[in-house]
Design a binder for this molecule. Sequence first.
Ligand SMILES: NC(=O)c1ccc[n+]([C@@H]2O[C@H](COP(=O)([O-])OP(=O)(O)OC[C@H]3O[C@@H](n4cnc5c(N)ncnc54)[C@H](O)[C@@H]3O)[C@@H](O)[C@H]2O)c1
Length: 161
Amino acid sequence: MARFDNKVVFLTGGATGIGRATAEAFAREGASVAVCDVAETPAQETVRRITNAGGKAIFIKTNVASAEEIQSAVKTTIEQFGGLHIGINNAGVEGSRDKATHDYDETVFRQVIDVNLTGVFLCMKAQIQAMLTSKTPHHFWGISECRFILPTLPPNTPSWA
Ligand SMILES: NC(=O)c1ccc[n+]([C@@H]2O[C@H](COP(=O)([O-])OP(=O)(O)OC[C@H]3O[C@@H](n4cnc5c(N)ncnc54)[C@H](O)[C@@H]3O)[C@@H](O)[C@H]2O)c1
């Protein structure tokens, strides 16, 4: 018996990087994985890699900044896999890496907040509602990033939180 047999994972940002590696690792351990991402082609490649290796995964095109799309993706996950046990809220955008706060574009800032902060909140809200309804034991992972470049530091010195 594998560690996550009969467990269903809802994972955002699974098209690339940490998200793809996490999706593959959970699938190797027996979990069924809903790969939710805006990036269609690479996310489908994640699913292909998992299913080719004998695992279970589906792609659900989802923008984590949209409450409606997340609600719909959670519903589809439960319909396809019969439950939801683990939420991995990993989708994120980097923003403008080298811009100091006083030069930072407001639209880019709002996108970072929408995806990295509001997106995690919206996903957890929908996941918890579904988990409480089905009374399943549940777990969450949050992977996020917040970075500011402070003008008081030497030029281009990033600080992470
Ligand atoms: N790699 C690092 O060194 C590092 C460091 C600190 C934090 N992080 C955080 O870890 C997470 C994963 O990092 P990564 O390096 O694998 O990044 P990545 O850019 O490879 O992956 C991010 C994924 O999120 C998806 N995504 C972006 N916007 C989305 C949206 N609105 N809705 C749904 N999906 C969306 C992208 O398509 C992509 O698949 C991110 O949240 C990132 O901010 C990464």
